[in-house]
Each structure stands twice: as C-alpha cells, then as structure tokens.
Ligand binder design. Sequence first.
Ligand SMILES: N#Cc1c(-c2ccc3ccn(Cc4ccncc4)c3c2)n[nH]c1N
Length: 241
Amino acid sequence: MRVDIVTIFPDYLSPLELSLVGRARARGILDVHLHDLRQWADDVHRSVDDAPYGGGPGMVMRPQPWWAALTEIRALGAADGRRPRIVVPTPVGRPFTQAYAADLADVPWLVFCCGRYEGIDARVIDEWADDEISIGDYVLAGGEVATLVILEAVTRLLPGVVGNAESVTDDSFTDGLLEAPVYTRPAVWGDREVPAVLRSGDHAAIGRWRRAEALRRTAQRRPDLLARQDQAAADDGSGGA
Ligand SMILES: N#Cc1c(-c2ccc3ccn(Cc4ccncc4)c3c2)n[nH]c1N
C-alpha cells in the first residue's frame, strides 16, 4: 500500500516511523510519502490560509495549494492508470469504524489531506475528496492526529503486519462486540485472581466465557452495538447477538 500525506506539519506524522506502522514500512508493506503543503503555495509568503467569506472566526485553507498538490500527486499514477483514494479527516465526516478500516485496507493507494484552521475550502473537498472521515464526536485542531489513527487501524489489517492473524479477527468490533477482559501471569495479583476458566484448559468453556463477557461488556458500555447486531440479525433472519 502506498500512502501520501499532505500537511503543513510533516513532523506531526513522525510517529509513523515507530512501532507497528514503522515496522510495516521497513518491511515494504507500507510506502509512506509526506508532503509539506506549503511547497505548492503560489505566493512569496507561501500562504495556505485566508479569511473566511461570510466572516466568522479563524481562517480557511486556500484552494490553490491543495489543487496544485493533489493534481501533482494524482499525476504520479497517470502512467500506469492508478488513481488514489483521497481521504479528508474532518469533524463533519462519516464515522470511522473497524469496518471502514477494513474497507480502506483493500485500497492500494491512499492520499490523506490534513487540514488545519477552520478547514479546507469546500471547493477542494467537493472536487477531490473520496472520503470525509471523522474519528469521533470531539473537535481536534487539525487532521494529522486523525490520519495517524486511521492509518494505524488500517495498517493492522494489512496482510503480514500483525504476527498472529487471529488477534486481528478477534478484535473488538470485528464481530460487532467489545472484547472480553484479558489476563496474563501471575495467576494472583494482590487480592485479584485470574478467572479459573481461563486456566482450565477447557477451550470450549473459555470460548463460552469470553463470549458471555463480550456480550456483558457490550450491553453495559455500548448498547448501540448490540442494537446494530440485533438489527443485522433481523435483516438476515438469524437470531440476535
Ligand atoms: N477526523 C477528524 C476530526 C477533527 C478535525 C479534522 C481535521 C481538521 C482540520 C481543521 N480542523 C479544526 C476544526 C475544523 C472545523 N471545525 C472545528 C475545528 C480539523 C478537525 N476534529 N474532530 C475530529 N473527529
């Protein structure tokens, strides 16, 4: 997978040199290219923002640098007919979910547009954006953190990245439920003991315990996920969660 990231703060993306994503890059599974938007700004001051039409607080990112940047980046694929999927993190985007991550993990070339200020001129979004994604119902100061979140969730799903493929399929949300609690040694920590079933070696019982715990946790913390499961079950005629 090739990933191009356009930002006025390239250093904000330095975590992509570390850990899971860093290892995927070192192994050639991921090919990340960072671009400073200012290199495309057409004025001597390299300006990327201007006052909003209609007034209001803050500044808006000018269309010209983005248009020039995306035109040049898209042209990289012209010779062999490749076209990138252009992703714009934004507070007004579609919610980012594990299913969305799985969708993006199948895309050979992603381009992330990291906005700042009050956002990017709407004409850029209208023309260029394939996906407008929000990572949650809170307000950030720009798209870089969201790009890191999205890219980590997508990279985990790329073949060969996570050693034990099962740990990806057993993820929270993959089956629509939150994961069961996890434990490791020692068996007793202070006055707390690991549930006996997990040390029983009875894999059927362990599976039942984990499913029950996942359902309990989901009902307690994310009843919306259960409702979604029940609706999906009703739609395909099978039993609920
Ligand atoms: N994904 C995502 C996001 C963002 C986000 C993303 C990109 C930009 C660019 C600029 N801003 C600042 C801003 C813009 C408009 N309104 C308020 C603040 C951003 C926020 N905030 N919250 C999320 N879940």
